[in-house]
Every structure is written in C-alpha cells, then in structure tokens.
Design a protein around this ligand. Structure first.
Ligand code: ASP
Length: 346
C-alpha cells in the first residue's frame, strides 16, 4: 500500500483550509431569513432649508438664488464625505454655510422675536454613541451649530439655554456678534406683517405670505458607516421671548442612531416636540422593522397634521427620505452613487 508522506499530507491540509476559508468569505452575508443583506452606500447626505408655504410665484431670480445656495451647501457636504470626512463634520459645515446665508431662517437670516430681537436654537447628534449637544435662545453666537457641537464634545451636558449658553460660549472658541448683526430688512418686514396679522386675528393665524417658520438642517452617512444629524433655526417670526421650538430638542428636531437613521425636522415646532418626531421615525424603523420611507410617511402624514412641515433623513444604508406635508420644503440630496439634486416644491 502506498503511504502519503507527512509533508504531502501537510500540504493537502493547508490547501483544504485555504479553500474552506475562501468559500466562506465568498458567501454573501444573509439576514436571519436567508435574504442577502442590502448593500450600504459609501456615503450619503441630505439637507433642508425649511418647510412651509413657499409661493410658486416667487421671482425666477429669487428661486434660482435659493437653488444655487442649496447646491453650494450640498456640494460642501458631498465633497467632504467623498474625501473621507466624518458625517459630523459634513453636517456642521453644511449648516454653517446655510446659517451664513441670510435667505434662510438660521444664523444671519434669523427671524425676529415679538420684542424685535433674535434668539437662536441649534442641535447636533452623533449616531455612533447617541452623544448630542444643543443650545437654545442664544443671542450672540454667529454659528449656533458649532456651539452645539462644543456642548456635545467639550461639556458633560447635552443642552445649554439663554445666559448659561452665552457663558459657555465665552469659554469656547466660537465667533460672537452683536444681536443686531442678525437684523435684516426682509425679516423686519415679516415681523411687521406678523404683528399686523396678530392684531387682526388674535395672534393665532399667520398671513399666508408671512411664512413664520424656516430652519436649516442636515443628516449624513459617512464612509465609516456613521450617521449624524443637526438642525439650526431662528425659530418663529414674532415668537414670545424665551420660546423654544423643536430644533434644539433632541428627539423632536434632531436624532441620529447608527442602528437606524439620522433625522432633522422643520415645521411647527410645538407639534414636532409633542410627537417626538425625529426619534419616532427611528423608533418605528427599530421596533416595527419599517423602512425609513415608511417610518417617515407614517410620522409626517399620520401622526402630524397636513401642512405641519417635514423632515430630511438618511438611514444606515444610505437611503434618503425628504418627506413633507407643507406646500414646499427647500431641500437637497447627494450620495456616492452620483445622486445630486435640489428642489423646493413637489
Ligand atoms: N421648527 C422650527 C421652530 O418651531 C421652525 C421651522 O422649522 O420652520 O422653531
């Protein structure tokens, strides 16, 4: 009988184990029910510049200005993610750009309170560990989103408001401006119209072209699979001093969890707080095994009333949702598959 030499046997064993390892590695990963796991996009980003009654009759020049600004913000975020930057950096940089553009109700373009001043709110959240930072009612911070990020990264708290937020800003390296720096003629006229309207209608009904809301926000998935979301706003035209909306409230205006999705909301803040809108979308995905599209549809069209506003969101696979029930929402979306689009109406 022929005997196999130990060295040959060893060689055969090595070949067999390499074969087994290769075969295992080539098997597509599957879900519990044996379906192949869906592929994750390399990166994706989505942003908004507020939802509401946006008249289709605006001048072409004004419309093009909005679209160009949304495109520029989207390009900043897309390029940053494409170069391997983090979702947190993309969200912060996109929002800073929109805060500096006076077209949008955040940062420089913030609306007036009923006392003719400006109180700004912002929040940001990291989907890796649910860490979050928020500021509410700040009056001298040029880019509240960056102060919110400082709260998240440099303090042991989640939210600072009013004087405490200003004092925290004193300790941080964030740019400060006088409150009057946020004054713009357009917002002043909106305040005057809102006051007239309030006098006429008991303060409950806004004139259709007053457009009392507006906010900016972004959500992103980066190449490492990390999600982040952020939101920044001047709040509501003619709001009472001290009023805080959903934008700085984690779970209402902003939420991010790597297991589900990252969301930024815009609309009637009081209703978004009552419905924990941003978190509820993540929760429906997690506990009802719904897709992002289904979860967003349920919350925007079933839990809220038509016309209340909208959300932008991206899930852990890079799927994007831009769901709204108002006549329009300034928005944009881009991803690693080459998608790049901005829009205002349906
Ligand atoms: N949600 C914001 C607020 O209530 C406003 C908006 O998004 O238009 O402060």
């Amino acid at each position: 009988m022929k005997t196999i030499r130990p060295s040959t046997l060893f060689f055969i064993l090595i070949l067999a184990s390499v074969g087994i390892v290769t075969l295992t590695a080539c098997q597509p990963e599957t879900t519990e029910s044996g379906q192949p796991l869906p592929e994750r996009m390399e990166y994706a980003i989505v942003l908004h510049g507020g939802a509401g009654v946006i008249s289709r009759d605006i001048d072409d020049e004004v419309r093009d200005g909005y679209l160009a600004s949304l495109e520029e913000a989207l390009t900043i975020g897309r390029d940053l993610l494409d170069a391997g930057g983090s979702s947190l950096d993309a969200v912060e940089q996109v929002i800073r750009y929109l805060e500096d553009d006076e077209r949008f109700n955040a940062g420089r373009g913030a609306v007036f309170t009923s006392e003719g001043r400006h109180e700004l709110d912002a929040s940001i959240m990291d989907g890796r560990d649910l860490n979050a930072g928020a500021v509410a009612g700040v009056r001298t911070v040029k880019n509240p989103i960056s102060l919110a990020r400082n709260v998240m990264e440099e303090s042991r708290h989640v939210m600072f408001a009013g004087d405490g937020a200003e004092r925290f800003a004193d300790m941080m390296d964030v740019e400060r401006v006088d409150n009057s720096w946020f004054n713009t003629d357009r917002r002043r006229q909106q305040l005057e119209r809102a006051r007239d309207q309030a006098a006429l209608h008991d303060g409950t009904q806004a004139h259709p072209d007053v457009h009392p809301f507006g906010t900016v926000g972004a959500a992103a998935l980066d190449r490492d699979g990390n999600l982040a979301a952020g939101t920044s706003t001047g709040g509501m035209t003619n709001k009472m001093p001290g009023r805080i909306g959903d934008s700085p409230v984690i779970a209402a205006g902003t939420y991010a969890d790597n297991n589900t999705c990252a969301v930024s909301a815009t609309g009637h803040g009081e209703k978004f707080i009552r419905n924990a809108v941003a978190y509820q979308i993540c929760a429906i995905m997690e506990f009802q095994d719904a897709t992002l599209a289904e979860a967003a549809r349920i919350v925007i069209h079933e839990k809220l009333d038509e016309g209340d506003g909208g959300i932008i969101a991206v899930d852990y696979l890079g799927n994007i949702s831009m769901e709204f029930s108002s006549p329009g929402m300034f928005r944009g979306a881009a991803d690693s598959d080459g998608r790049f689009e901005v829009a205002i109406w349906e």
